[in-house]
Design a protein around this ligand. Sequence first.
Ligand code: UDX
Ligand code: ADP
Length: 463
Amino acid sequence: MKITNICCIGAGYVGGPTMAVIAAKCPHIKVTVVDLNEKRIADWNNPDINKIPIYEPGLNEIVEKSRGKNLFFSTEVDKAIDEAQLIFISVNTPTKTYGTGKGMAADLKHIELCARQIAKVSKTDKIIVEKSTLPVRTAEAIKSILDNTGNGVQFQILSNPEFLAEGTAVQDLLNPDRVLIGGETTPKGDEAIASLVEVYANWVPEERILKTNVWSSELSKLTANAFLAQRVSSINAISELCEKTEANVNEVAKAIGMDSRIGSKFLKASVGFGGSCFQKDILNLVYISKAFGLNEVADYWEQVIIMNDHQKRRFSKNIVQTLYNTVSGKKIAFLGWAFKKDTNDTRESAAIYVADDLINEQAKIALYDPKVERPQVLSDLNYLETRCSSQNEDSIQNFKNPYEACENSHAIAILTEWDEFKEYDWQKIYNIMLKPAFIFDGRNLLDAKKMNEIGFVYQSIGS
Ligand code: UDX
Ligand code: ADP
């Protein structure tokens, strides 16, 4: 089937950027991104391109290029489904917060709703593409819903996981290491795969487009994220050992990373990984493994999460201990709330957990993040349900200016590696802080020597 009309259900961090790039690279294809969330769609349609709901370097330009031409954002889900030959499902699949598998399994209610909607509306044959990260064998469940509609429409289900990382989404989409497409190993399945390959072939070299069966594709996505997260937890485990010895984790990372078998990426010690994927996908892997009775496999991967939780907790604990075992009533400046630089996404950000611990110790947090707004910060803290929302509001203050956030603070905690933090006038910040002036650098971002020379008591992860 030659694809000329695509619908994407879900206008989030995955669906939005991915469709913007497909539209830009395939001017002959009409791409409609739909979402139930009216505000989100209105934001994507905001005439002021700087107000689109997701911050990603380069995204504005690419959306602006096609929006209103062959890229559309709409709440008319049924219409878009009806018109499309190919439908991407990019809805969120958070970890379940209730019932069986609570805290572990993926909540597939949004996916199931999409499948039912597609089944209800479709009058012509369609290719359905899983874009969201899903537990292995979800395609089977989608297929079962679609095949039992009884209106004679044929569906082919493909798995096409997204490997983009936030903050570099546009670059990752324009120049992917690989595109993975899993489909049924039948002539109809092959045909569906070929149709999707043709879309990507508009800008991705064919040798980078991998074809597998559906289950391999679904499992590869979970495995890729588990391996990446495991590297971060591995180096974080070493960072604690470094702090007890004379070793420096940056030097260790560099030394091992130069071994071409290990490679240098994803070896940056930090206050802990965040983001919507790593923890969720590992929990998923653990849950599936347990379901098959593979307890050793489950325990092995679960350790990656245990290490990550430990890393966040020990960071906050260290702040309290260093500040003479009490932070009660003390102003602690937070630089960064996003889970990594160049994104306004805060899901599972380490900053949330560190703040929660410090608020428990009655600290007053003064936050500056270049892209995250106060309502998001409060919603992140309230989600933990540690205390009532008014207490959270009293305990954290947002600043539009980093210098004001740091003024009269006892300590600064660096939680996100925003580039601009390196450019600050640190002498000026030192002058306006209470003394001794502490910096707890959770990202190994600043120059230790320079900070010590200014007079800060400077501590970074793993040294
Ligand atoms: C990840 C995967 O990289 C991507 O392929 C997948 O599609 C989605 O999940 P993302 O979560 O957007 O992407 O960001 P990533 O760059 O992987 O960072 C995840 C977390 O790990 C961040 O909190 C980051 O700060 C942390 N991290 C990463 C480290 O602490 N150290 C590192 O060396 C690398
Ligand atoms: P991701 O990071 O996976 O893209 P997001 O939460 O950013 O996750 O985006 C998922 C989007 O999917 C949300 O905007 C949500 O409103 C939307 N969504 C969820 N279920 C449905 C549905 N049944 N129909 C349309 N949109 C949906």
